[in-house]
Ligand binder design. Structure first.
Ligand code: ARG
Length: 465
């Protein structure tokens, strides 16, 4: 068969049924090769497994299998070295690889597509791609978690104000604050690992939608490709992309966690806070204001979170009105998915590096914790421990805070006689409760901010990694 059509373009493998070639605009509009090239290595992996199975069940001769394996190996080389002749005329990665195979090995190449469709082929490629991506993401999350623990280890006694409503609430250690993100990331990793289990099922064998009349061995292909099992329904196998949507949802959540953290870093680096400095190599300057040093990396991660959230919505919308089974709409799953993977990986990597370049200003954190009556709750708790009902203690301390405000000082700066106006039960041991260190140390239950607790939490977290 001649591979060229009348207009000089490349014959599509399906063009036999048609009287005229597609217009140039339609060709460009329907082609995915510009972006699905990225699946090439997985496409070849899947084709190799498929061919081996076809041979094992007696559909493909040994000679044909050898030719196909040799041809696909060469194509892999060409793709890696950049010499592969990608062609827009051939629509997508699948046709490009198949046509090249036929050019290289002749008829054996034309037999490869037996008992297969591009529908189960592309679903397989995307799953292989996503599985590898998840594994990479999981490693990146671990590295970030390690960086968090490294930083936390140095700051179990570094006191900062904990905030609610962005108002000073109660003192916490900087390490405790960091460990909050460690926990979020642990759940993120669990979600991706869960998702991987559902991704790791083989669609091949579903063919176009209804399965195939050939005596295929799907379990053999699944084993060959490292899948945990096969998709149980052929219509579902080729049509749903819930696994990709799920991945994007987890990615959006992880980006949201990073974004919150970035927001804090940005605030903390502002001179109004001055809690931290981010190393120059993660900041940029202004073209007009010579004094500026901007936390661009953190801002960009915060910004890119919007883009990842958008991809999730794009995929949900793509799916919502599709009847069974495969529709070309699904070709649109790739760019959002690929960009989600890229953005997530880049953000994780650069964020991890940036954490290593953070300088903590302990004094500024401490000074901020001393403003805003962060130990007021400790005074109330102190009174409760002496028998005062909590609501009454709350009221007494509120009065004490008002008094301290008129004096322009902290509760711990008040004289014992001043404090006793608010409750005669207050004694000189109160000052221990009113210090930042006393406040921290008193929260020594599981999940609390006491230095000893946080050290134990870090040790446990390290073991869990
Ligand atoms: N490029 C297509 C995609 O990404 C491959 C499957 C096309 N199948 C079809 N029958 N048109 O979804």
């Amino acid at each position: 068969m001649n591979n060229k059509d009348k207009s000089g373009g490349m014959h599509k493998p399906w063009s036999g049924r048609f009287n005229e070639p597609v217009t140039d605009l339609v060709k460009q509009f329907t082609a995915s090769v510009a972006f699905d090239q990225r699946l090439a290595e997985f496409d070849i992996e899947g084709s190799t497994a498929h061919a081996r199975m076809l041979h094992a069940v007696g559909i493909l001769s040994r000679t044909d299998l050898d030719a196909i394996e040799k041809g696909l190996a060469q194509i892999l080389e060409e793709i890696r070295s950049g010499s592969f002749p990608w062609s827009l005329d051939l629509e997508d990665v699948h046709f490009n690889v198949e046509r090249r195979l036929t050019d290289l090995v002749g008829d054996a190449g034309k037999r490869l597509h037996t008992a297969r469709s591009r529908n189960d082929q592309v679903a397989t490629d995307v799953r292989l791609y996503l599985r590898a991506s998840i594994d990479h993401v999981l490693t990146l999350i671990k590295s970030l978690q390690r960086a968090l623990l490294d930083l936390a280890e140095k700051h179990t006694e570094t006191v900062m104000p904990g905030f609610t409503h962005l108002q000073v609430a109660q003192p916490v250690s900087f390490a405790h604050h960091l460990l909050a993100y460690f926990e979020m990331l642990t759940r993120d990793a669990q979600r991706f690992a869960e998702c991987r289990r559902r991704v790791n099922k083989l669609p091949l064998g579903a063919a176009a939608l209804a399965g195939t009349s050939f005596p295929i061995d799907r379990l053999m292909v699944a084993k060959e490709l490292g899948f945990d099992g096969v998709c149980e329904n052929s219509l579902d196998a080729v049509s749903d992309r819930d696994f990709a949507i799920e991945f994007c949802a987890h990615a959006a959540l992880l980006m949201t966690h990073l974004s919150r953290f970035c927001e804090e870093l940005i605030l903390w680096m502002s001179p109004r806070f001055g809690f931290i400095d981010i190393a120059d190599r993660f900041c940029t300057g202004s073209s007009i204001m010579p004094q500026k040093k901007n936390p661009d990396v953190a801002e960009l991660i915060r910004g890119k979170t919007g883009r990842v959230n958008g991809h999730l919505v794009a995929l949900l919308t793509l799916m919502k009105a599709q009847p069974l089974a495969y529709n070309k709409d699904n070709q649109e799953d790739k760019e959002p998915l690929f960009d989600t993977v890229d953005t997530l990986m880049m953000s994780l990597a650069v964020f991890t590096d940036m954490l290593g370049g953070i300088k903590v200003n302990r004094d500024a954190m401490r000074a901020a914790a001393l403003q805003g009556y962060a130990t007021a709750t400790d005074l109330a708790d102190y009174l409760v421990k002496k028998g005062v009902p909590f609501r009454e203690a709350h009221e007494a301390v509120a009065q004490a805070v008002r008094f301290a405000e008129t004096r322009g000082c902290d509760l711990s700066d008040l004289k014992l006689s001043d404090l006793r106006q608010f409750s005669p039960l207050i004694d000189k041991d109160v000052f221990e409760a009113l210090t930042l260190e006393g406040s921290l140390a008193s929260r020594s239950h599981t999940g609390g901010t006491a230095p000893a607790r946080v050290k134990a939490a870090i040790a446990k977290a390290r073991k869990g990694l």
